[in-house]
Design a protein around this ligand. Structure first.
Ligand code: C2E
Ligand code: CA
Ligand code: CA
Length: 266
């Protein structure tokens, strides 16, 4: 019943909850492994934000944060904490895996962001190649030149750029030929719909398309082993989903950091 109450909270309540979370250390990051399809090794982790004290999902509060002008502060908090985490894990001997963070299209208007990012990387002696930024197609609705310049600056620093939720937006392919993107993430809804026996060809085609554009490809929201085998056959590079692991707390990631995730399905 607590859950119901939370769901019914209005935007202004959620805004206040987010404001206090920013001031009082009320957010935390969970991490979900991204698994190399062939080897089963964990290649990296996606950082996903949570409210420590409230069962309100980011799918619910992030759009409100964007609307109420809180996304820049949240985005910086996520950036700094992911960078800190890379350095904390390195101190424990856990290294070599990239963390990806979600970047809301609104954040392109946070003018100090790139300087903040560089300063944070320097402070914690983290190499840019260990960090990846996940953008969504809506960023291409912004002025193309501004976006291109912005993404090129991120690339120039040495970060990887990943295009999230691929296949759900307005998917114009032309921008993929000139935007500096390294990876596409095939959305769960596409995988759910097209990994069935008779329509798998579409997924195979999208994987080939990504590879033709020199992009790597991750399939998201994979829950079943038959989906895994189909994606492997189609040449998909990485898999993310409950089949291998839900997003986990830091301590739980530490116990599986070097594990082979294929052990889970054989
Ligand atoms: P997303 O970036 O597409 O993240 C993937 C979502 O799918 C996550 O939900 C993850 O927990 C969920 N997921 C992963 N594997 C499976 C699976 O096998 N089955 C199912 N049913 N779900 C799976 P989550 O953590 O609730 O995040 C929802 C969305 O909120 C994210 O979608 C992203 O758009 C946004 N978000 C989360 N963290 C952040 C953040 O730090 N910053 C920003 N700007 N947005 C964030
Ligand atoms: Ca994402
Ligand atoms: Ca996604």
């Amino acid at each position: 019943h607590d859950n119901m109450k939370e769901v019914l909270k209005n935007k202004t309540d959620i805004e206040h909850i987010m404001r206090s979370a920013l001031n009082e250390d009320g957010f935390e990051l969970f991490y979900q492994p991204k698994v190399n399809t062939i080897t089963g090794d964990i290649s990296g982790f996606e950082a996903l934000i949570r409210l420590k004290a409230h069962p309100i999902s980011p799918g619910q509060f992030i759009p409100i944060a964007e609307e109420r002008g809180l996304i820049n502060n949240i985005g910086r908090w996520v950036t700094l904490n992911a960078i800190k985490q890379i350095s904390l894990w390195r101190e424990k001997g856990l290294e070599g895996k990239r963390i990806s963070i979600n970047f809301s299209s609104e954040q392109i208007r946070d003018h100090g962001y790139i300087d903040f990012l560089i300063a944070s990387l320097n402070e914690y002696q983290v190499e840019p190649k260990d960090l990846e930024i996940e953008i969504t197609e809506s960023i291409f609705l912004e002025e193309t030149e501004v976006t291109l310049l912005y993404l090129n600056r991120l690339k120039a620093i040495g970060l990887n750029i990943s295009l999230d939720d691929f296949g759900t937006g307005y998917s114009s392919l032309s921008y993929l030929t000139y935007m500096p993107v390294d990876m596409v993430k095939l959305d769960k809804s596409l995988n759910d719909k097209f990994l069935e026996a008779d329509s798998k060809g579409l997924i195979d085609a999208l994987i080939s398309l990504a590879h033709c554009l020199n992009l790597e490809i991750t399939a998201e929201g994979i829950e079943r082993v038959d989906q895994y085998y189909k994606l492997k056959e189609g040449g998909c590079d990485y898999i993310q989903g409950y089949l291998f692991s839900k997003p986990l707390k830091v301590e739980d990631i530490e116990t599986i950091y070097y594990k082979n995730m294929l052990d889970k399905i054989v």
